[in-house]
Design a protein around this ligand. Structure first.
Ligand SMILES: Cc1cc2nc3c(=O)[nH]c(=O)nc-3n(C[C@H](O)[C@H](O)[C@H](O)COP(=O)(O)OP(=O)(O)OC[C@H]3O[C@@H](n4cnc5c(N)ncnc54)[C@H](O)[C@@H]3O)c2cc1C
Length: 391
């Protein structure tokens, strides 16, 4: 690290999914001392599929992880769109839903964890309770067990419902914009015997699908439905499953079986599709990264890429500016803003056409043909921040 840094070395990162571990990787490489606090008691396996586009692959490459992540590719083929009787009426090209490379989110998190665990302190099963900033640092207390500690900087990489954001910037309602879609995702057996593909069913304001996972040994299924803000308990999966079961009670195709499978699932995720809009991503010594600061929504297909690129830029700017957090946070935000704005526009457009009534093959083929252009035409510039490059 640059010798004239202002003493900022220790960085607490809240969230150990994608953005958090990627940031820890780069901070360690630049000579900082990152600690990750993750609310979940242990690494989460599996999860839904996420894809990468454009420069995010470059970041993985610079981390030396691209080959390993490519080996986890779901290798999806085009998928069938089916009606209530299961008849195929169109084919959804894989380029629309699987990006340049698609992996299960839990597999990505595990790779990032493995790449950092030797050098980074991980605290699982805890969460920031309070943050108190002064001129020299941030005093942090934790909810469960971990003793209070001082850090030079705090990064909120704790996702759409970020606790760090709530503590440092204000309540969630001020920043989170619901896109009008709710999604439930769960794991199940590949009981249809599909091979690297999926089936998608749609009804007005509703959609359900099943895709294979892990070399066709498993599957993931999803229910999506249109709704304004719903009141429900975010910590009560049984209640969330009831919401879905009510919405899909009369649907055809494989929906009755999928509802049964959902009840038995060992992994279940339910949330609104939403974006995070903020005027600024930093407050003093606290800064936001990934979904916590600028979630573009699942319909953008860019959240993972944003998390990886944001991590690279934030760590790089802190290193390049000798730990001067004020200058580094401003430079990080300056570079990320246009990139995020574009993805948030994609996310809103994607949400608007999500429940498009039975799209024709022609429309789907046009979307597929345009997919490469939907990847930024003006890519974010990834400067080389590594110490050898700066020397
Ligand atoms: C259904 C769905 C499909 C998606 N598909 C795609 C896709 O195809 N392509 C794509 O690019 N993106 C996709 N995304 C978006 C992508 O998953 C996110 O953008 C990405 O995971 C953001 O990473 P993150 O690390 O910022 O946040 P997250 O992955 O949300 O991670 C936040 C982490 O913080 C932890 N945490 C939360 N609260 C606390 C707390 N109080 N204290 C400590 N830790 C806490 C959480 O347990 C979690 O580990 C999808 C999202 C969803 C919901």
């Amino acid at each position: 690290m640059n010798k004239n840094h202002r003493g900022n070395r220790t960085v607490l990162i809240s969230g150990g999914s994608v953005a958090g571990p990627a940031l820890a990787y780069w901070l360690h490489r630049h000579g900082f001392t990152p600690t990750i606090v993750e609310r979940a008691p242990e690494l989460r396996d599996g999860g839904y599929a996420v894809d990468f586009r454009g420069e995010a692959l470059d970041v993985l490459d610079r981390m030396g992880l691209l080959a390993e992540i490519r080996a986890l590719d779901t290798e999806m083929d085009d998928a069938a769109m089916v009606d209530a009787e299961g008849r195929q009426y169109a084919t959804l090209p894989a380029v629309i839903f699987a990006g340049d490379l698609e992996v299960l989110k839990g597999d990505l998190t595990r790779k990032l964890y493995e790449a950092t665990r030797q050098d980074v302190e991980y605290v699982f099963g805890d969460s920031i309770a309070t943050l108190e900033q002064d001129a020299d640092g941030v005093l942090v207390t934790f909810e469960h067990g971990a003793p209070p500690r001082r850090f030079d900087l705090v990064v909120g990489a704790d996702g759409l419902h970020s606790r760090t954001r709530a503590l440092a910037f204000g309540p969630e309602e001020e920043f989170v914009r619901h896109l009008g879609i709710y999604t439930g995702i769960f794991n199940l057996d590949n009981y249809l015997g599909l091979r690297n593909t999926g089936r998608l069913y749609a009804a007005p304001g509703k959609a359900a699908n099943i895709f294979t996972a892990r070399d066709n040994t498993e599957a993931r299924a999803a229910f999506h439905f249109a709704a304004d803000n719903l009141e429900y308990d975010r910590r009560d999966p049984a209640a969330q499953k009831r919401i879905i079961a009510d919405r899909f009670a009369t649907d055809g195709w494989e929906v009755p079986r999928l509802l049964e499978e959902m009840e038995a699932a060992t992994e279940f995720f339910f949330d609104s599709n939403a974006q995070v809009e903020m005027d600024t991503w930093s407050a003093g010594r606290v800064v936001l990264l990934g979904d916590a600061g600028y979630c573009a929504g699942p319909t953008s297909g860019r959240g993972t890429s944003q998390a990886l690129i944001g991590a690279y830029l934030l760590a790089g700017e802190l290193a390049a500016r000798g730990g001067d957090h004020t200058a580094a946070f401003a430079a990080y935000e300056h570079q990320m803003r246009p990139y995020v704005a574009e993805h948030q526009a994609l996310g809103r457009e994607g949400a608007e056409r999500f429940f498009m009534p039975a799209p024709t093959q022609e429309i789907l083929d046009t979307l597929a043909a345009n997919a490469p252009e939907n990847v930024r035409t003006e890519p974010v510039r990834l400067r080389d921040y590594t110490p050898s490059a700066a020397a």
